[in-house]
Design a protein around this ligand. Structure first.
Ligand code: ASP
Ligand code: MG
Length: 436
């Protein structure tokens, strides 16, 4: 069971988590994120230190500490509990204050970012202890690891975690940190922003769990973005394929990488709501129950690059030469469309854009469009659903479409539009395709 930042963000919410994890006595591992806002605050602190604004960083550390002291005051009520919790807060803030004084490095940045999950789990453990809930706090840094490429090592996670668990044959409840891990050099590292979901699915896969529950503050994945579109409904079931496409193409509810461990080990994933535990939420598993459109997601910050070459395109090897440039700069391509004389691709990582453009120029005329959005309509065998393209394009009659990708996967139709049209597009699709 994984609980996100808002699910543990206040002492009251931690109480709700307590109810959920003690509702039955099945053995379980509880994965917690940092309290909501903490990782962002730590990123700011780290950036300030990295840029040499140590005074500013010191002020931010102090503010965060005040916040944690208040949190502790409401979370625990006995003197013993408070002393313990305050000692934990002191330990982690002393650490941050020491970092402030030494020279900054990438490894230290990762150490700073790890404090959020260490704090949330340790404080939650004190809270459980105070009310005599039998449990063990498992240090994620002792079993969660990534290789030199940044990929989790499921084999070794499995071995290390099983060995750890063997020490507690009678324990049924374990608590551990999401997000944090050790890298190939043995340093503290992380699974990237939002990585606690990934932790949960890796653990579920490693232990062959019955289910991997991701508890958030919304009742499952919705057919459309509820922050933008008025009327949305929760999707009850998704196949792993559908969920992977949606998570990747912008449905913020789930970390995109977290589907593969669950799929490889065939562990159903449930998206549930801490605030409304009885709601069905979304179940993601192997079964592809129904054919047709399930949801639409949007991904912003996309750059479209067009390479036009009347002489070269039909020559074999042209696409390889284009792709090699992206490979060289470790920049993944999301969408591709081709015409007789040009190829358009999209990327979401602009770090090496200038180098990429420079190296593409010998191949043809290069044009880029920034501030683009990918709109992905996802559904099992969506290509077979009747009139889907007609409905889609009718609903988008007011929206200029820059690229269309259809047929790459039977479960996805993607469009590229200028980000300014996103709201109109999502709303029109909600009406025209979902009938909402
Ligand atoms: N605390 C981390 C973040 O905010 C990981 C997570 O919440 O999943 O990105
Ligand atoms: Mg998250």
């Amino acid at each position: 069971m994984k609980f996100g930042g808002t699910s543990v963000g206040t002492p009251q919410r931690m109480n709700q988590v307590l109810q959920l994890i003690t509702a039955d006595d099945k053995p379980k591992i509880v994965v917690l994120s940092a309290l909501s806002g903490t990782t962002n605050a730590l990123v700011n602190i780290s950036n300030a230190i990295g840029e040499g604004y140590r005074g500013e960083a010191a002020k931010k550390i102090e503010e965060l500490e005040v916040y944690y002291r208040k949190f502790v005051d409401t979370l625990v009520s006995t003197e013993e509990g408070r002393n313990k919790a305050n000692a934990i807060v002191s330990e982690h803030f002393e650490f941050l204050n020491i970092i402030l004084k030494i020279s900054f490095s990438e490894a230290l940045n990762k150490d700073i970012l790890a404090q959020g999950e260490l704090l949330s789990t340790k404080l939650f453990s004190v809270f459980l202890e105070e009310i005599n809930v039998d449990h063990v706090l498992l240090p994620a840094l002792e079993f969660m690891s990534i290789d030199a490429q940044g990929e989790p090592q499921i084999g070794s996670i499995k071995v290390k975690l099983s060995q750890l668990l063997q020490h507690y044959p009678d324990t049924k409840l374990f608590v551990t940190q999401g997000y944090i891990c050790r890298n190939a050099r043995g340093e503290v590292d992380n699974l990237k922003r939002g990585g606690s979901d990934y932790t949960a699915s890796l653990i579920a896969a490693a232990l062959n769990a019955e289910v991997c529950e991701i508890w958030t503050d919304i009742s499952g994945l919705h057919n459309n973005d509820p922050r933008i579109v008025d009327k949305t409904v929760a999707v009850e079931h998704l196949s792993f394929d559908e969920a992977a496409e949606l998570a990747y193409f912008g449905a913020k509810i789930l970390h995109p990488a977290c589907i593969w461990p669950a799929r490889s080990y065939n562990i159903p994933v449930k998206l549930l709501n801490t605030m409304e535990p009885e709601a069905a939420g979304t179940t993601i598993d192997e079964a592809a129950l129904s054919v047709g459109v399930k949801a639409v997601a949007a991904k912003d910050g996309i750059i479209a690059i067009k390479i036009k070459s009347s002489r070269m395109l039909l020559a074999y090897g042209f696409l390889r030469r284009v792709f090699e440039v992206f490979e060289k700069y470790k920049t993944p391509i999301d969408m591709i469309t081709t015409s007789e004389v040009a190829v358009s691709v999209t990327i979401d990582d602009s770090t090496n854009l200038q180098h990429i453009i420079k190296e593409l120029e010998p191949l043809g005329t290069v044009e880029t469009d920034t501030e683009q959005t990918i709109i992905s309509i996802v559904g099992n065998e969506i290509a077979e659903s009747r009139n889907i393209l007609k409905k889609l394009f009718n609903s988008l009659s007011e929206v200029p479409v820059r690229m269309v990708s259809y047929g790459g996967s039977p479960h996805n139709i993607s469009l590229l539009i200028a980000s300014g049209f996103k709201k109109t597009a999502l709303q029109s699709i909600n009406a025209g395709v979902f009938g909402l």
